[in-house]
Design a protein around this ligand. Structure first.
Ligand SMILES: Nc1nc2c(ncn2[C@@H]2O[C@H](COP(=O)(O)OP(=O)(O)OP(=O)(O)O)[C@@H](O)[C@H]2O)c(=O)[nH]1
Ligand SMILES: [Mg+2]
Length: 203
C-alpha cells in the first residue's frame, strides 16, 4: 500500500545508543550539519509544520529523534554536528554519536545526507561522503535551501559537488526547499522506492 507521509508521528528521543528503539523497524536516516534543514525537511515530508522543532539557534538537537511514518519506518533525525558555537568536546560528542550510530548495525535502509546548497562541502561532509560511498548502505545527498540560489548558481554548485571523491558512486543529488517545496515529491518518491512503493498524493 502506498506510503502516507502525513501519518508521521513523533516516537521518541535517544541520547545514547542503548536508548534507541530495537523493534527493527527500518530507518531512513537524516544527517547533516546543524542548521542545514533536517527538521524542516522532516516537517515538509510529513506535511506538518510543527512536528520537528525548527530552530534559529543551531545545535539545539543533541539527541537522535525518531519519527514513525505510516507505521512502516522511522525517519531518524541525527544530531547536527559542526556548529561553531558549541565547544570542541560537545562537537566531538556529536560526531562520535553519529559515527557510532551508523556503525551500530541498526536497520538503516537509506542515509540522506543534507548539505546547504550555498556552501562548499565541509571536511565533515567529505568524510561522510567517503564513508557512505564505501558503506554499502544506499544513500543520497539532499541539497537544501534551493530557494536561496538561482538556477545557474545551483548548476554550478552541483558541478562542484561532483568533484568530491565518492560522489560519482551516488546518483544525482536531490534539490530541496522547505520554503517553496521544490523537490518534496522527489524526496518522498526516493524514500518510497526503498520500499518498492509510492507515496500517497494527498497534499
Ligand atoms: N530559505 C530556507 N530556509 C530554510 C530551509 N530549510 C530550513 N531553513 C531555515 O534554516 C534554519 C534551520 O533549519 P532546521 O530545520 O532547524 O535545521 P536542522 O538541520 O534541523 O538544525 P539542528 O536541529 O540544529 O541540527 C531555520 O531557520 C529554517 O527556517 C529552506 O529550504 N529554505
Ligand atoms: Mg533539527
Amino acid at each position: 500500500m502506498a506510503i502516507n507521509f502525513r501519518k508521521t508521528v513523533f516516537k521518541g528521543v535517544a541520547a545514547k545508543l542503548d536508548q534507541c528503539p530495537n523493534d527493527q523497524l527500518p530507518e531512513i536516516v537524516m544527517s547533516g550539519r546543524s542548521n542545514v534543514g533536517k527538521s524542516s525537511l522532516i516537517n515538509a515530508l510529513a506535511g506538518q509544520s510543527k512536528l520537528a522543532r525548527v530552530s534559529n539557534t543551531p545545535g539545539k538537537t543533541r539527541m537522535v529523534i525518531y519519527f514513525e511514518v505510516d507505521e512502516r519506518f522511522y525517519l531518524t533525525d541525527l544530531p547536527g554536528y559542526g556548529y561553531a558555537k558549541v565547544s570542541k568536546e560537545v562537537k566531538a560528542g556529536f560526531s562520535e554519536l553519529v559515527d557510532q550510530y551508523l556503525s551500530a548495525g541498526r536497520p538503516i535502509v537509506m542515509v540522506m545526507h543534507l548539505m546547504d546548497i550555498r556552501h562548499k562541502p565541509s571536511a565533515h561532509d567529505m568524510q561522510m561522503i567517503s564513508w557512505l560511498s564505501s558503506s554499502g548502505t544506499p544513500w543520497r545527498i539532499v541539497l537544501t535551501k534551493s530557494d536561496k540560489l538561482s538556477r545557474q548558481q545551483i548548476n554550478k554548485q552541483v558541478q562542484e559537488l561532483r568533484k568530491v571523491p565518492g560522489m560519482k558512486e551516488a546518483s544525482q543529488p536531490l534539490l530541496f526547499s522547505a520554503l517553496n517545496r521544490q523537490g518534496l515529491t522527489e524526496v518522498r518518491e526516493t524514500i518510497a522506492e526503498v520500499f518498492d512503493d509510492i507515496p500517497v498524493e494527498n497534499d
